[in-house]
Design a binder for this molecule. Structure first.
Ligand SMILES: [Zn+2]
Length: 324
């Protein structure tokens, strides 16, 4: 049975579908030459795996360097998700990518949050902004980002994103430590991506990163956690601590990190009572939620109970308030 998912807990704003709709306007505003003839033309470029992912994202972030452009992004993100029927979303951004023209990370954060808040009011959706450390950043930058999260006193969730293989979770321990004992909720991309070699320890290294995120970074949520379903002891820890899991099945599948969505054991996790949710990750270039839901249901044939759990876990696991 197909669940009707009405919220997203793992959604990167600069990798979300809204970008295709507003990019041309952002280029105009920045007085930069737009290289694409249409939204489709841009997507064709953006989905091309031959082109380096950093280079692809630069096309987007290069015009997200002013307060105005970041407000536009936040506002339109809320609008797009509301239009798509979501009542609650958690949108991720990393301020370190928006300082090339002199904005401070705090100013970039303020601008995107301001846009989101305006959009929330206008379109009747609840959005929790998630401030992320792009983990290639040095420790000082990570600390500065965590400090912004602390200053926002729980209005922002903290997350760790991008290259997990080169920059495992412990790299930014001190940033996470700064938020201990505060109102900041901690999320972390972990157990998604490690170096393929040595093969014998591949799964164990993914599991180790999940353990680091849970026990050292004291996370309330884990993004991906691909091999979690194969480790009963860790499932027990996740249950004990009430940690929510934001899975991104088709992101993992399209990235070649799993060979079938069944590798994630979503049914087992749900039956065990894990607060597991399904998400699209970056629906600018990865499949949208209707495809995620359809493909996963085709493989798992979710029971009515499992489908209800997938629907309800979005709200049970939400880190922010849902305004009715
Ligand atoms: Zn992600």
């Amino acid at each position: 049975m197909k669940p009707n998912i009405r919220g997203l807990l793992h959604d990167h704003i600069d990798g979300s579908a809204v970008v295709a709709n507003i990019l041309h306007a952002l280029y105009k505003q920045a007085k930069k030459k737009y290289l694409f003839t249409s939204a489709e033309h841009f997507l064709e470029f953006f989905k091309n795996p031959q082109i380096d992912i950093v280079e692809r994202f630069r096309v987007i972030t290069s015009v997200l360097q002013t307060k105005e452009s970041l407000e536009i992004l936040g506002f339109n993100y809320a609008r797009q998700r509301a239009k798509e029927g979501y009542v609650y979303v958690e949108g991720k951004f990393a301020p370190q990518y928006h300082t090339a023209q002199g904005l401070t990370m705090r100013q970039a954060t303020d601008a995107i949050v301001q846009g989101i808040r305006l959009g929330e009011k206008e379109f009747g959706i609840s959005v929790t902004p998630v401030i992320c450390i792009g983990r290639e950043a040095d420790e000082k930058t990570g600390l500065a980002i965590a400090k912004i999260a602390v200053e926002y006193d729980g209005e922002l969730v903290l997350d760790l994103v991008c290259d997990e293989a080169s920059h495992p979770p412990e790299k930014h321990f001190h940033a996470y430590e700064l938020t201990f004992g505060t109102n900041v909720k901690r999320d972390c991309h972990a157990g998604e991506w490690v170096f393929p070699e040595p093969k014998e320890t591949y799964k164990e290294r993914l599991l180790d990163n999940i353990r680091t995120a849970i026990f050292d970074l004291r996370c309330h949520g884990i993004g991906h956690a691909i091999p979690l379903g194969e480790d009963d002891e860790l499932i027990g820890d996740v249950l004990d601590k009430g940690i929510r899991i934001t899975g991104c099945p088709l992101s993992n599948l399209r990235s070649g990190l799993i060979t079938n969505v069944r590798d994630l054991h979503i049914d087992k996790l749900l039956d065990a009572g894990v607060c597991y949710t399904m998400n699209s990750d970056d629906d600018l270039f990865l499949p949208k939620m209707d495809v995620v839901v359809a493909e996963c249901d085709a493989e798992y044939d979710f029971s009515e109970t499992q489908a209800r759990q997938l629907e309800e876990n979005v709200f049970l696991g939400a880190f922010g308030k849902i305004h009715k």
